[in-house]
Design a protein around this ligand. Structure first.
Ligand SMILES: *Cc1c(COP(=O)(O)O)cnc(C)c1O
Length: 392
């Protein structure tokens, strides 16, 4: 009873006070409502709902945007990663029990994709400054069964470097990008999704390019891999009722592809606005209890030799007072979230790892807080967040 009462109070508070939402999806999609509704109508009227013109068009636009030969629409981001690994197994590049290096502090989906294929995730600690995979810790974890490295561009920041390319060459590994959080980010003029051998994208509604439901994609320059993934996502079939592989049903809906085609046009503009907000946060949050994100965004540091852009899927700060700051922000009508409260190796789903410790990962998880950031936040809202943080 009390639980419901609290829920109602929260709802009323959110409705009647100027609650600053962490992410206002309704407002984000309202910007394009007219176009989106027209697109929905067209798909409904077409009578064709899967593997049709909308998906073809979106795949072409996405491939052009990323600068890669193939883009394949799938059902969601987790499936994109599952299908990539499954295809490498079908090709014969890896087999059951082979190892895939992956950052220990990633969202659990990266790891689920690996174990789902009966491959072995080898968790590696991130760099404590960027929260991305620490390239100096990879080589010591490579064995004769290592086949791939899954890099995660966490929070929207590119995880790439010459050192990583060198390791790939030396050990003949595939690099799979988990690009769920960084669509539009660049390294040295190349977009995330065009850096590795293959990449998985998520268009979960809250991602920088969000569908109105679930959707995902794979990108790759590898013709064979692309062809197999296309078949694997469609029951392992190239020709109806002829099944070459034990596949999945993981296809992008025509209606989601139509929505995404529209939203892709506005992605760069939205990412620019996120960058503007991030820059404002970085320049104006002065509270000494807060550690700001360490980034290599070229807008903020033009002197870097390599050009990085960050797309700020999340603006993640750190503080020893995680719980205190979180409740303080709530009491100031600001919604904040923790990405993520429990690291994968402490999850019940991976009981066998619960006794292992990853000190950097655990410290990150116990200190991070994500502040509101999105293309529809107003200047006033951004200023209110800064004021609240500075007076904490
Ligand atoms: C969102 C996300 C995924 C999974 O994407 P879904 O579309 O939700 O399946 C995978 N990896 C990372 C890092 C993510 O943030």
């Amino acid at each position: 009873m009390w639980k419901y009462f609290k829920k109602i109070i929260y709802y009323l508070k959110e409705t009647f006070t100027n609650m600053i939402k962490f992410l206002d999806l309704q407002k984000i999609n309202a910007q394009y409502a007219e176009e989106l509704k027209k697109a929905a109508e067209e798909v409904i009227d077409s009578g064709w709902y899967l593997l049709g013109e909308s998906v073809n068009r979106f795949e072409t636009n996405l491939a052009n945007y990323i600068g890669v030969k193939h883009a394949i629409g799938v059902a969601n981001g987790l499936d994109a990663l599952r299908l990539i690994l499954k295809a490498y197994i079908e090709i014969g590049f890896m087999k059951e029990g082979d190892e895939v290096i992956v950052p220990a502090n990633t969202y659990i989906a990266s790891i689920l994709a690996i174990t789902d294929n009966r491959l072995k995730p080898v968790l590696v600690e991130p760099d404590f400054k960027t929260y991305n995979l620490d390239f100096d810790k990879i080589e010591e974890r490579i064995t004769e069964r290592t086949r791939a490295i899954m890099v995660v561009h966490l929070y929207g920041q590119i995880c790439w470097g010459r050192k990583l390319e060198e390791i790939r060459r030396r050990y003949n590994l595939k690099i799979i990008e988990d690009n769920a959080q960084a669509i539009g980010a660049e390294w040295n003029g190349l977009k995330s999704g065009a850096l590795g051998d293959s990449a998985g994208f998520s268009f979960y509604p809250g991602k920088n390019l969000g569908a109105i439901g679930d959707a995902g994609a794979v990108s790759t320059g590898d013709d064979k891999l692309a062809e197999i993934i296309r078949a694997l996502g469609n029951y392992g079939s190239r020709q109806k009722y002829h099944n070459e592989y034990q596949g999945l049903n993981s296809r992008m809906d025509e209606i989601q592809a139509a929505f995404l085609t529209i939203k892709l046009k506005y992605l760069d503009k939205e990412n620019d606005r996120r960058r503007e907000i991030a820059q404002f946060y970085c320049e104006n949050i002065t509270n000494k209890d807060i550690v700001l994100p360490c980034h290599k965004d070229h807008l903020l540091s033009k002197s870097l030799k390599f050009d990085f852009t960050h797309v700020w899927h999340l603006f993640v700060i750190r503080t020893r007072l995680q719980n205190e700051l979180n409740s303080y922000l709530t009491s100031n009508n600001i919604q904040s979230l923790i990405h993520y409260p429990v690291p994968p190796h402490k999850q019940q789903a991976y009981k066998e790892w619960n006794i292992v410790t990853f000190p950097i990962t655990e410290k990150i998880h116990s200190e991070v807080i994500s502040l509101p950031i999105s293309a529809v936040m107003t200047d006033e809202e951004v200023i209110s967040v800064v004021k609240a943080i500075n007076s904490f």
